[in-house]
Design a protein around this ligand. Sequence first.
Ligand code: GLV
Ligand code: GLV
Length: 317
Amino acid sequence: MKLWITRPMTAEVEARARRDFDVEIRESTLPLTREEMQRALNDFDVVVPTLGDLFSAEVFAAELKPRCRLLANFAVGYNHIDVQAAKAAGIRVTNTPGAVTDATADIAMTLILMTARRAGEGERLVRSGGWKGWHPTQMLGTHVTGKTVGILGMGRIGQAIARRCHFGFGMKVAYIARSEKSLEFTATRAGSLESLAGQVDFLVVAVPGGPETQHLIDAPILSAMQPTAMLINIARGEVVDETALIAALESGDIAGAGLDVYEFEPRIPARLIQLENVSLLPHLGTATEEVRSSMGHMALDNVAAFVAGQDLPNPVN
Ligand code: GLV
Ligand code: GLV
């Protein structure tokens, strides 16, 4: 059984992989090229791919008899893999849910606070040497206590954000999801995304990426938001129509945005970078030592189960 891990991992994950498997660990931190994706399917039994490795239907279709039988994806999101096409090619796909929940919810809170309290702008002011000192009306932001957060997508991560907002910050919680959630506090389920957008101070995107959610946040939803409201995205960039978002920010249709993900990541439009009222992070959602190790162990647990012929712990196809 030959295993290919497509990026460097934390030391403990690499050590376990080397101990337990016949593994090759790719040194590059960049996404696989098309040729490397074909190599992944042809030369290895199991591959651990991650974000940016675009296993599209064409990539699978190009291989008549792929050697690969499992893509143990290192990420909860798997919108970069066409899982139906993988299945048709006889390739299973797994992911790493659970491990990422708290860290990703923490980044949502970081962005809510940074954007509400103008923390990025303040940091830039201090570093520029231009700060003239405290005064009663200096750099006034938005108070979060008592405000309403609206959550689009109440899966594990959405619920972890809701809990933090409710218990930690005294916020009211509204959400939209396919089904009513039973939470340990009162939260309102909105009838439509448009009505959710219109009633909240912070709209947080926490749905998976992929064709079903692409551009859910578009110009009409942004214009339904209050001019004092802010958009936070910790999910996938393509859920938000970035061009429409920039227009809404420039025209003052909304007050600000906090983004950890981008439509054409890692490319970020210059118009977005020029805006003071946005907080921009480089996809840090799961970026802690502990979480990246847990994700790696989870991916390797799926590999181990596959090798032992057991049920896969985290199948997605
Ligand atoms: C990170 O974005 C993930 O999907 O785990
Ligand atoms: C602010 O620093 C205050 O003391 O109120």
